[in-house]
Design a protein around this ligand. Structure first.
Ligand SMILES: Nc1ncnc2c1ncn2[C@@H]1O[C@H](COP(=O)(O)OP(=O)(O)O)[C@@H](O)[C@H]1O
Ligand SMILES: [Mg+2]
Length: 301
């Protein structure tokens, strides 16, 4: 098993509903063993994208491939998915419901006890579904998705509707499942959620990619700061060695730096002053995805 192996590759996928472009030339790759987040406000095309990759919705354009092949029947068995809340029988026990689930999915019952333990429902296996809390119902759905020992779990907004305790449990559960090598692809409209669970992320809006990559890199608050002084070369040499700086480049009449964290302008000023440099210009141009994202959310709701 190669670590860099791609389990899902999506290329220029598009889907239009009437006049709405739900997915717009979307491309991304998901690496094996990652927890990949599709982050976007309501209506940004998350469910449509997941639906296409499961063959539930037909794309207008573009392509996708699972495990670098096009054997959809074989692939389907390697993917556990929860796109919509599965229908369970309220008067049957958790265990009986999973047996029915296994029958539908054409997998044997060998795994039932294991998946019940995996989602912390083993003690409640004999209880009727209708006595379960919302969080427990969600976990039973997860157990159902795990029945076939999938290589990939595909989850549409897995923490939606859960209380803080349920969200935390789901997060820990998904991390545990992932630690056993299962790739997880999930959608979310919550930046915070993706930051806490995912290793990689694609941020989408109106079906289009806004940003993608390693979750810390994409979602961190990288500040871009422009600096000017009379002696640019001297300024550059002083700042490039400053330990709070990620990178520095000279651009015609200014030095542009990127910093790791939120750094105060005064800190930079003081540091440079201590090196004998007086700035005549400092401007912070923040690339703050969180702010961007919150704006998008408030526009959409
Ligand atoms: N079956 C459908 N018919 C018409 N419009 C749809 C349909 N499904 C989704 N849409 C529209 O496509 C856009 C993307 O929807 P969706 O993929 O559900 O977004 P998300 O899951 O990010 O909330 C929205 O504008 C939604 O209203
Ligand atoms: Mg959705």
């Amino acid at each position: 098993m190669k670590l860099t192996e791609t389990v899902l590759s999506i290329k220029k996928l598009s889907k239009t509903f009437g006049r709405i472009k739900a997915v717009d030339e979307l491309s991304f790759d998901v690496k094996r063993a990652s927890i990949y987040g599709i982050l976007g406000p309501n209506g940004s095309g998350k469910t449509t994208t997941l639906g296409i990759t499961l063959g539930i919705i037909n794309a207008d354009q573009g392509s996708y491939s699972w495990f670098n092949n096009h054997n959809s029947k074989l692939n389907r068995k390697k993917i556990g998915a929860i796109l919509e809340q599965p229908l369970f029988y309220p008067y049957l026990s958790a265990r009986k419901n999973l047996e029915i689930f296994a029958d539908i999915k054409d997998v044997n019952y060998d795994n039932i006890e294991k998946v019940l333990k995996d989602v912390n429902l083993y003690e409640r296996r004999k209880d009727k579904f209708k006595t379960f809390s919302f969080g427990m119902k969600q976990r039973l759905a997860l157990a159902g998705a795990l029945l076939s020992n999938p290589e990939v779990l595909l989850l549409d907004e897995p923490t939606n509707g859960l209380d803080p305790q349920g969200i935390m449990e789901t997060r820990e559960l998904l991390k545990k499942i992932n630690s056993k090598g299962v790739t997880i692809i999930l959608s979310s409209h919550l930046l915070d959620e993706v930051q806490k669970i995912c290793t990689d992320v694609i941020v989408i809006n109106k079906g289009k990619k806004v940003a993608s990559g390693n979750v810390n890199e994409v979602l961190s608050e990288t500040s871009v700061i422009e600096l000017r002084s009379d002696d640019l070369q001297k300024l550059y040499e002083a700042i490039v060695n400053y330990n709070k700086i990620k990178s520095a480049v000279i651009e015609t009449d200014k030095v542009v730096i990127k910093t790791h964290n939120n750094i105060e302008a005064s800190e930079i000023n003081n540091y440079l002053f201590s090196k004998g440099i007086t700035l005549n210009h400092l401007s912070i141009k923040k690339k703050n995805l969180e702010k961007y994202f919150l704006e998008q959310l408030s526009n959409n709701n």
